[in-house]
Write a protein that binds this ligand. Structure first.
Ligand SMILES: Nc1ncnc2c1ncn2[C@@H]1O[C@H](COP(=O)(O)OP(=O)(O)OP(=O)(O)O)[C@@H](O)[C@H]1O
Length: 235
C-alpha cells in the first residue's frame, strides 16, 4: 500500500476537525477527495504531510509510520505536497523555480525528474522557461508549482484544489497535467471540487463529511450513488 491512513484525529485548538479519517491508496492510483467546504479536506492533506500535527491515529507511507515526523522528513521519504496557494518565486524564472525544488530520487531505478523532462512533458512550461514566475498566468503558476514538487522526485503527491480560481480551459490543462503525471507512475491524492472534471480523471473517489470519510468507490459507483452525491456534494 502506498498510503494507509487510519483513525486520524486532528484538532485546531478545541475544534475537533478530523474525527477518525480512514483512507488508503495503492501505488499508481489517482484518487480524488471530495466534499463540501469546511469538512476537513485540506486538513486531511496537511495532517498526512505533518503540516498540522494530528492528535492520534496512524499515517503509513509505504508501510512506514510517518505520524509525528516533521513535514521536511515526510517530504524526504518521498511525499510531495502542492498547497492550494501557489508558492512560486515571482522574481525567479521558471527554470530557476524548478531547480529550487530539485532533490535526488529515493527509489533506485525510477527515472528522475529533470528540468528537461519537465519541459518535454509539459511544453507550456518549456515555452516559458526563461520567463519570471510573476509574469505567468494563474494556470501556469499552478503548473509550475506542481512541476516544482515533481522535481523532488516524490512517489506520492498530495494536491490541494489545483483548479481553484482558474478559468475552465486553464483548469482542464492543469488536470491534464496531473493525468499525465499519473500515467508516468506517480501516485496522486487530490482535492477537487469539480465532480465532472474529477470523474474524467480519477479512478478512486473519497467523500468527506464532518471530518470523516463517508464514501469510497470508483467513478461508476460514485455516479450510481445518487443519494450520496445529493447528501454530501450537491448544494
Ligand atoms: N488554522 C485553522 N485554525 C482553526 N480552524 C481552522 C483552521 N484551518 C481550518 N479550520 C477549520 O477547520 C475546518 C476544516 O477546514 P478545511 O480547510 O480542512 O476544510 P476543507 O474541506 O478543505 O474546506 P475548503 O474547501 O473550504 O478548504 C473548517 O471548519 C475550518 O474553518
Amino acid at each position: 500500500m502506498m498510503l494507509q491512513v487510519n483513525d486520524l484525529h486532528t484538532y485546531y485548538g478545541k475544534s475537533h476537525v478530523l474525527q477518525g479519517v480512514d483512507l488508503s491508496l495503492e501505488a499508481g492510483q489517482l484518487a480524488c477527495l471530495l466534499g463540501r467546504n469546511g469538512v476537513g479536506k485540506s486538513t486531511t492533506l496537511m495532517s498526512i504531510m505533518g503540516l498540522v500535527p494530528p492528535r492520534s491515529g496512524s499515517v503509513k507511507f509505504k508501510d512506514r509510520e510517518v505520524l509525528g515526523r516533521s513535514p521536511h522528513e515526510v517530504a524526504r521519504l518521498g511525499l510531495g505536497f502542492v498547497p492550494e496557494e501557489r508558492r512560486i518565486f515571482k522574481s525567479l524564472t521558471v527554470l530557476e523555480n524548478l531547480l529550487i525544488g530539485q532533490k535526488p530520487p529515493i527509489r533506485a531505478g525510477a527515472e528522475p525528474w529533470t528540468t528537461e523532462r519537465i519541459f518535454d512533458s509539459f511544453t507550456r512550461l518549456g515555452e516559458r522557461r526563461d520567463n519570471k514566475g510573476g509574469h505567468l498566468s494563474g494556470g501556469e503558476q499552478q503548473m509550475l508549482t506542481i512541476a516544482r514538487t515533481l522535481m523532488g522526485n516524490p512517489e506520492l503527491i498530495l494536491v490541494d484544489e489545483p483548479t481553484e480560481g482558474l478559468a475552465p480551459l486553464v483548469a482542464e490543462a492543469v488536470l491534464e497535467m496531473l493525468a499525465a503525471i499519473s500515467r508516468q507512475g506517480v501516485t496522486i491524492l487530490m482535492v477537487e471540487q469539480n465532480l465532472k472534471a474529477a470523474l474524467k480523471l480519477a479512478q478512486t473517489f473519497f467523500i468527506m463529511s464532518k471530518g470523516r470519510i463517508v464514501f469510497r468507490g470508483d467513478g461508476q459507483e460514485l455516479v450510481a450513488a445518487e443519494s450520496v452525491r445529493q447528501k454530501y456534494l450537491e448544494v
